[in-house]
Design a protein around this ligand. Structure first.
Ligand code: HEC
Length: 134
């Protein structure tokens, strides 16, 4: 009986993860990502390092201010405007982290092999710092 409960629980969790990933169609964002918190506080030094990484890896598509107007931004599927306030609720820090880590091929490359995991959190803090202050 206990085994059956475990199987049902596992099936339920799996179904739930499908629902969650459908919410971020095309992105690999695990269930629970939206509650994941950055291990790095948004200090000026953390954000400055994030900016350096953003300049090196992201500006060509997302533009210097994250508006999605970089020179390599695809014409038919432009890089997202990271300052668009309609995306704030959809993209808490944990979700931004996984979107950078896993990308959205082919439009947006994955950075898991290019930026160290801890450094991705620097980029997350920089991306959040680009948002218009309420
Ligand atoms: C080759 C161009 C390209 C590069 C380089 C790139 N991106 Fe993207 N990015 C995109 C495109 C295109 C999208 C929109 C994809 C979609 O939604 O289908 C996107 C979407 C995003 C999103 C999701 C926005 C949302 O609301 O869903 C985030 C966050 C993001 N990029 C951050 C970054 C960061 C940070 C970097 C650098 C580490 C980066 N991107 C590098 C093209 C790029």
């Amino acid at each position: 009986m206990r085994n059956l409960t475990v199987i049902f629980a596992a099936a339920f969790m799996f179904a739930l993860s499908l629902v969650v990933s459908a919410q971020y169609s095309g992105w690999t964002v695990p269930a629970g990502a939206k509650d994941e918190k950055s291990p790095l506080a948004a200090t000026p030094a953390v954000i400055a390092k994030g900016k350096t990484l953003f300049t090196a890896n992201c500006v060509r598509c997302h533009g210097a201010l994250g508006k999605g107007d970089g020179k390599d931004s695809p014409k038919d599927d432009p890089a997202a405007d990271l300052t668009d306030e309609f995306r704030y609720d959809l993209n808490p820090e944990g979700v931004i982290y996984y979107k950078i880590l896993n990308g959205h091929p082919p439009a947006m490359p994955a950075f898991a092999d290019k930026i160290a995991k801890n450094d991705i959190w620097n980029v997350v803090q920089y991306v959040i710092s680009l948002r218009k202050k309420a």
